[in-house]
Design a protein around this ligand. Structure first.
Ligand SMILES: *Cc1c(COP(=O)(O)O)cnc(C)c1O
Length: 356
């Protein structure tokens, strides 16, 4: 039974797909749960919040998001705790970041309370869709796009906000070879790199494809002006350990997305007494540390993989091998701690879990 939260109008799906999904073999992002949260903005305000059966959308061909890209999203995960409760990791941070993205893209903001209440109610209704096997989770995708039926350029006056969810399997994060990109740019100062704006990801596909032809699985993005400073790794934040110090590019600049995984790792590291530096990180110092043997750890941090170890770094036609993953004390320790934390297996000492 589901607890109905006051003002959300719920229409139940009478044709559940739950039995058609093989929960022992879950590809990423292909299966979707039975319901979705939907809410529309017009005349300067949000309409009725609803939960409806998961279904296709019908859109006018001039829907402005399709033409001019006012479109943003979030990504977070829910897991089953040991007593069958659903645990969501820091969803308030996603709600906040969603609105920072909306503001930068001149879009209507979604009240944080509604974002969280909508999510909670949706998870409650689709609770059987939250997988419980080792490593599995329910991936949550809130998104917002402009719906004006108009081919002129201006901020849309109407928007659609949706939350869909997808059961996903364990993310096997083999260590990956990455290339430091010194021509293409993910984000420039004054641009939209800090926003989770759809177009940022479209723009990264071509450079990633070129790098893949050279055998690299991910790009390390550098600053647009000088291409000497390290910013992010693919769609993750990037972190290094050199001489026992955890180092990550400062998110002060608006070219770096404020990752919740990275923020959590920084907070935990400080709690453990690890020295942390959030500052400019140069390519030069990373290469020098690899050559001197003082670089102990290098990884991407993000919701999808939590920690994605970097096996080697390509720069200026040279490939630099990093220490074997087994020897990486910090990333191995933080990965298992965060994994346990999200499942409620360790004390929620930072008050980061929302339980449904
Ligand atoms: C989503 C994202 C991240 C990671 O953020 P998390 O909140 O940790 O999932 C990092 N960089 C980019 C560009 C992203 O889109």
């Amino acid at each position: 039974m589901s607890t109905q939260i006051s003002n959300i109008k719920i229409t139940k799906n009478t044709n559940s797909k739950l039995q058609t999904v093989d929960f022992d073999n879950l590809p990423f992002g292909k299966h979707f749960s039975d319901h979705m949260f939907e809410m529309n903005y017009k005349d300067g305000k949000w309409g009725e919040p609803t939960i409806v059966p998961f279904a296709n959308l019908s859109l006018h061909p001039a829907t402005s998001a399709l033409h001019y890209g006012q479109s943003i999203f979030e990504g977070l995960k829910a897991q089953k705790g040991k007593n069958g409760e659903i645990l969501v990791f820091r969803p308030d941070m996603n709600a906040k970041r969603f609105n920072e993205s909306a503001k930068r893209m001149s879009m209507a903001e979604v009240p944080e309370g509604l974002f969280l209440e909508g999510l909670k109610t949706l998870l409650d209704i689709d609770r059987d869709w939250v997988p419980s096997k080792e490593g599995q989770s329910l991936y949550i995708r809130p998104f917002l796009f402009a719906t004006d039926e108009y081919v002129g350029i201006r901020p849309s006056e109407t928007y659609k906000f949706l939350i869909i969810t997808s059961p996903v399997g364990a993310y096997y994060s083999d260590s990956v070879p990455v290339k430091i990109e010194t021509y293409y740019t993910r984000a420039a100062e004054g641009g939209v790199g800090r926003a989770k704006a759809a177009g940022n990801y479209a723009a990264s596909l071509y450079p990633a494809k070129l790098a893949a032809k050279e055998g690299y699985r991910q790009l390390i993005w550098t600053d647009a002006k000088t291409h000497t400073l390290i910013e992010e790794a693919g769609t993750m934040n990037v972190m290094f350990v050199i001489n026992d110090v955890l180092i990550t590019p400062s998110e002060e600049k608006d070219t770096i997305l404020k990752g919740i995984t990275k923020r959590s790792i920084v907070d935990i590291a400080k709690d453990w007494g690890v020295k942390v530096e959030e500052r400019e990180v140069t390519i030069k110092e990373i290469i020098a540390a690899i050559e001197k043997g003082t670089l102990q750890d290098a990884f991407g941090a993000g919701t999808a993989a939590t920690i994605a170890p970097i096996s080697s770094i390509g720069y200026n036609g040279k490939n630099y091998e990093l220490p074997a993953v087994e020897t990486r004390t910090f990333s191995n320790k933080i990965k298992s701690y965060l994994t346990d934390y999200k499942k409620g297996k360790v004390e929620d000492k930072f008050n980061w879990l929302m339980s449904v």
